[in-house]
Structures are given as C-alpha cells and as structure tokens.
Design a protein around this ligand. Sequence first.
Ligand code: NAD
Length: 344
Amino acid sequence: MDELFDTLAREDVHHLFVWSDKASGLQAVAVIDDVTLGPAAGGIRTQPYPSWEHAIADAARLARAMTLKCALAGLNAGGGKIIVAETPRLSREPAFTTLGRRIDDLGGLFRAGSDLGTGRRDLEAAGAQTEFVHTDLDATTDGVARGVVSALTATVEEKTGQASLEGIKIAVQGCGAVGESVARALAARGATLCIADVDRTRAEHLGDELSAIVLNAEDILTADVDVVSPCAVGRVITATRADNMRAWAICGGANNQLDGDDVAQRLQDRGVLYVPDIIASAGGVVDGIGRDVMGLDDRSALIDALGPLTREVLQQAQAEGTTTLAVARARALARLDQARRARG
Ligand code: NAD
C-alpha cells in the first residue's frame, strides 16, 4: 500500500484509474490531473514501461502538461492521460475494445484521443465502444501540424523578421503520425527539411516524397539547421543536447520535450528560442476538444491563435529575463486560478 501512495504523493496524483483485463492482456492506467475548465482531455499512449511506478509517473507528467496546454489554448477542458502498457500479452483489438468500455464508464469525464504508439485501429476499436474517444487521427495530426506551423512562423518572424517559412532549414525528429503531418505541412510552406526516424525506412519513404534530407536519428537534434522540431518521444532535449544544439529555435509537436525544467534555462542562456511544447503541440487537442466539447464547426482560428500566443510568450520571456517555459506555465496557471475563483 505504502509504495502506491508514496508514488501518488511524489507525482502529485489525485485521480488514478487502473484498468486490467486478463483475457486481452490490457494493463492501463489513467490519470486525471484537473477538470476545472472542463472534462479531462488526453491521449492514449501505448508503450512498454519498466514498472507501474514509471507508467504512473509518465501519465502524471503528461496529464499535467495537458491541463496547462488546454488552459493556454483557451479550451473548456482539463488534462488527463491514459497509458496502455505494451507487453507480449497485449492483444490489441480486444484490449482497446475493453479500454473503450472503461472510458465510457467515466461518462465523459475523460475525453481520449491518440498519442504515441496508439494507431488508427486501436482508436477505432476503443471508439466503437464510446463517443468519448476521438478517432479521427488525421484531423488530430493535421491539427498538431497546423499549430506547429503557426508557432514556428511566429518564432521565425520574431527572430528574423521574415513572415514565412520559405527557405528556413528545419530538422524534424520522428516520422510517425505527428512527424509526418508536421513535415508535410512545413514542406508545403517552402521550408528546407532534414528528417529522421529510428525506423530509417519510414524516414526514407517520407524523404523521397518531400525531397527532404534523411539523417541518422542520433544526429537530427544537433543538425546544422535553423529550427529543430521534435515530433517523436519525450525528454529528448537533454542538457548535453541543449549545449550542443546548432539551431536557434525549437518548436515541435512532441509532448514533454525537455529532460528537465533546468534545460529551459540552458537554452535561454544560449539564445535558443524554445517554444514550450504546451503551446507548439496543442493543435491536436484544440481540434478535438474544439469539435467534441465546444461544438466549433471550424477550429482553424483557435489553432492559428497559437502563433500570436507564441509571439507574446517569446516577447514576455525576453522582457522579464525569464524562460518561455516559466511564462507559459504562469499564464496557464493564471487562467486556472481565475476559473477556480469564479467557481467559488
Ligand atoms: P507515433 O508512434 O505515430 O510515431 C512516433 C515516431 O517516432 C515513430 O515513427 C518512431 O519510430 C519515432 N521515434 C521514436 N524514437 C525516436 C527517436 N529517438 N528519434 C527519431 N525517431 C524516433 O507517435 P505520434 O502520435 O506521432 O506522437 C509523436 C509525439 O507527438 C509524441 O510525443 C506525442 O505525445 C505527441 N503528440 C501526439 C499527438 C497525437 O494526436 N498523435 C498529439 C499531440 C502530440
């Protein structure tokens, strides 16, 4: 018992659901971080974890980021995350079917969508059981890409005065659902791309199509480019990478890109403009929650607003001599405080 509650206290988790189904091998945890502004929005992440403590810790951090992301983007939603442990016993279709039923049991308190390692078929299996799983993966990843383009364009304009991405050299890490959409959107705006994926064949296919240079996965974040766009796994911007990075900006669709808060200060000290991922990657949840919870037929204006938000955060950090991460977090927490006070 103590071990579980120690983990929850350490990770500041207040609401934890644990779902298990022997027949399908489903082992999942869901963390709901905050519902002040509306139902918890968060993706379903499927990957192996060394222990349940690691899975809960990851869910907690990702759920908290979703709370801040939704608050910053002006959504009527809070934050959550679902983790499905990828194990040899996981039989995906029945497991995601069961997961869909468990999400349905929550009656709309949790609005789930896609995330790393969860594919189209998984979402469809879960979504067949409930209206509370957003199954339109293309709309989600297009939303992420639109948001990255808006945030990145604002960053380029802030740094260079150029109002377009024409000729800007960008390194995209990851060619999965998000990375592919982001790379396509950047290529369509005239950016010069380098791409990489640990699955080299995937990167080469996309590289051929977009005339992008394919680099080794271990070299992409330190490539000689203007901007690095992390669109794969989290915690990739380590202190060492921050020190060795040649790009002057970071703006990508991945969640939890920094290996720790101190990395934001290192980037700032080196003059690297870091667009916090709670802004840069928000386009997907804006699209999903904008449609499903806020009833907006057209979410493009709300996604495009991530551009001006990026500019304001970059300027405020510069003016106050603090990091963009600190500014973005403070703005999100201010909106949450205001909503809590209004609720009484
Ligand atoms: P995905 O599983 O479809 O693709 C991830 C890709 O990254 C895979 O091709 C994998 O081979 C590659 N990869 C893994 N480690 C790598 C590394 N070190 N270097 C290069 N490539 C690597 O996942 P996704 O849905 O595209 O999610 C990617 C990121 O975007 C995650 O951080 C996720 O949380 C975030 N995100 C996803 C969504 C969504 O709706 N899918 C929305 C917002 C943010």
